[in-house]
Design a binder for this molecule. Structure first.
Ligand SMILES: [Zn+2]
Length: 262
């Protein structure tokens, strides 16, 4: 496994990583784990990444009674409380060593994309957030509890160490599952196939934008095994789909009292 000097990103109890930092780390991990993914469009397997590359135990449990927790990383093993669905109660399980847990909800076939995203999110924690590197949000058993988000929408205000770590793990997952250069290559090739000559489409071009918003995420999701939501947000992140907001027209008066649009 690649070894990163993450201490240099450390500020107090948290890591300060930019999107570019995370993308650079993800590319180095891909180069080590599956170099082919940096050359060709392939669907990486979260199971293979977690078990064979990172050496984690992988378990499926009911992590909550309402589906609010999708994944967990337990670094030190030991006892853990999970939800016993059959008896609507809690139960204690025992974990051996570093374990990634995925909620049973994500095992449904239609949840496959979210399962993969969550698996790589937990893998991101394993690489970026070792208890000895960041300390702020771990409990006494060195556990991270996750509610992953493929849209990053919940991250408008990052305040706590935990917020930052969750955002970093989500972004790492997107970079791993949907590598920048390969996704751009596939998307632009697909756009040429439907007659789009530019490398991006904006929402001003209504019909073609609507067509690309429908077609591209579906294509990317099926090739890389992600959800369409994750694919669409990655395409927006890569500025292939550009949603332009209409700016309100503001009138101001100049020194001579003449109105102008600013
Ligand atoms: Zn997490």
């Amino acid at each position: 496994m690649v070894d990163f000097d993450l201490q240099r990103y450390r500020k107090g109890s948290r890591l300060m990583l930019s999107k570019r930092d995370i993308e650079t780390i993800a590319d180095a991990v891909l180069q080590d784990f599956k170099p082919q993914a940096l050359k060709d469009p392939i669907a990486l397997s979260a199971d293979e990444f977690l078990e064979q590359y990172l050496g984690c135990h992988l378990r499926y449990e009911n992590l909550s009674n309402n589906g609010s927790i999708l994944g967990m990383v337990v670094y030190n093993g030991g006892k853990l409380i999970v939800y016993d669905k059959d008896n609507d109660n809690i139960e204690e399980i025992f974990l051996r060593g570093k374990t990634v847990l995925i909620d049973n909800l994500l095992l449904a076939e239609e949840q496959r994309g979210r399962y993969e995203f969550t698996g790589f999110h937990e893998g991101g924690h394993c690489i970026l957030h070792q208890p000895e590197t960041v300390s702020g949000f771990f409990d006494h058993r060195k556990t991270i509890v996750c509610r992953t988000s493929e849209t990053f929408a919940r991250f408008k205000n990052l305040t706590t160490d935990e917020d930052w770590a969750e955002w970093q793990a989500d972004y790492f997952s997107a970079c791993m599952k949907l590598p920048r250069r390969i996704v751009r290559m596939v998307a632009i090739d697909a756009m040429r196939g439907i007659g789009v000559k530019k490398d991006c489409v904006t929402s001003y071009e209504r019909d073609v934008y609507r067509e690309c918003c429908e077609y591209l995420p579906r294509l990317i999701a099926s090739i890389f095994t992600t959800s369409r939501t994750a694919a669409k947000y990655r395409l927006m992140e890569l500025k292939i789909l550009k949603e332009k907001r209409v700016q309100p027209i503001v009138f101001q008066k100049n020194s001579e009292g003449v109105e102008y649009v600013c």
